[in-house]
Design a protein around this ligand. Structure first.
Ligand code: ATP
Length: 271
């Protein structure tokens, strides 16, 4: 399949279903992502968000449906093959190498995330070093290059996960709750990093997040999942006016936060 077959979408998910026994964690889900788009995925706990990422990124195999990425059918590929084609992801919980420094973590991601290394060399190549430096610069981690990951505070650990994902220079970045557990100042800091990735690096991003003000501020479009199905698909600012979304997920306080974030986004001209 070539890129034109996917109508200009970098990612096309069609009829995706993931069953665990009798329970469908993701059910007949279809959506597209355009190059350069930021798509937010929200929904209550257990809605199927992480399962969706697991099936797209090859961590687990879908029960039915297809995933087309950049013109390739990746539905049956391994996580490593999918990563080498250009999808990188982060995880909700800590997923860095604790005993390695920030630089070593990033060089490993760049080296092994780009292509198959059947016989790895004893040293990282020049390309991996450059990619690691670039990832540190984008995420502002340069001064911590020699720090062992285990001793990083939570904000920098979260940023290191993002940096590890972008070190392989992916075409699509999947972020699973990138600001979960952070305070509002730290969330603002991360929003700045992701805006830079979006605006200056043209990165296509799909992000799962419960912090709706953050998601609204960053996303071009939003999907809300409920019991593995699409409850809402549309603009971030339209979320607050959708009765079902407010009832099932946002609540009135959440809807107000979404409205405020959408207004702020427009007044800053970042839409
Ligand atoms: P949260 O916001 O809490 O992270 P989520 O929307 O990411 O939730 P998932 O983690 O995708 O939800 O889980 C969706 C459903 O699938 C849940 O009912 C969960 O218990 C179930 N589930 C997830 N992984 C497995 C598994 N490996 N085996 C069996 N059931 C699973």
């Amino acid at each position: 399949m070539n890129a034109s077959a996917t109508h200009g979408n970098i990612l096309s998910v069609e009829g995706l279903t993931k069953r665990y026994g009798a329970m469908a964690a993701v059910s007949d889900l279809t959506f597209n992502v355009k190059p350069g788009e930021v798509l937010g995925i929200g929904g209550p706990n257990g809605a199927g968000k992480t399962t969706l990422f697991d099936t797209i990124s090859g961590v687990s195999r879908a029960s039915a449906g297809t995933v087309i990425f950049d013109g390739n059918d990746i539905s049956n590929l391994s996580a490593a093959q999918i990563c080498h084609l250009g999808i990188a992801r982060t995880f909700q919980l800590n997923a860095v190498f604790d005993t390695m420094t920030v630089r070593e973590n990033l060089q490993s991601s760049a080296y092994f995330g780009t292509r198959n290394r059947i016989v790895p060399s004893l040293r990282f190549d020049k390309e991996a070093k450059e990619q690691a430096d670039e990832a540190m610069e984008v995420t502002g981690l340069q001064e911590l290059a020699g720090t062992v990951a285990a001793s990083l505070p939570i904000l920098q650990r979260k940023l290191l996960m993002t940096a590890s994902a972008i070190a392989s220079r992916p075409k699509l970045l999947l972020l699973d709750e990138p600001v979960g557990g952070l305070n509002s100042k730290e969330i603002d800091h991360c929003a700045g990093v992701f805006r830079r990735l979006r605006d200056y690096h043209g990165m296509t991003i799909v992000l799962i997040e419960h912090i709706m003000s953050f998601m609204t501020a960053l996303s071009d479009n939003v999907i809300i999942l409920h019991h593995g199905r699409k409850l809402y698909e549309g603009s971030a600012k339209g979320l607050a006016d959708d009765k079902e979304v407010v009832e099932v997920y946002l609540g009135t306080a959440g809807a107000s936060a979404v409205r405020a974030a959408a207004t702020e986004r427009l007044s800053h001209g970042v839409a």
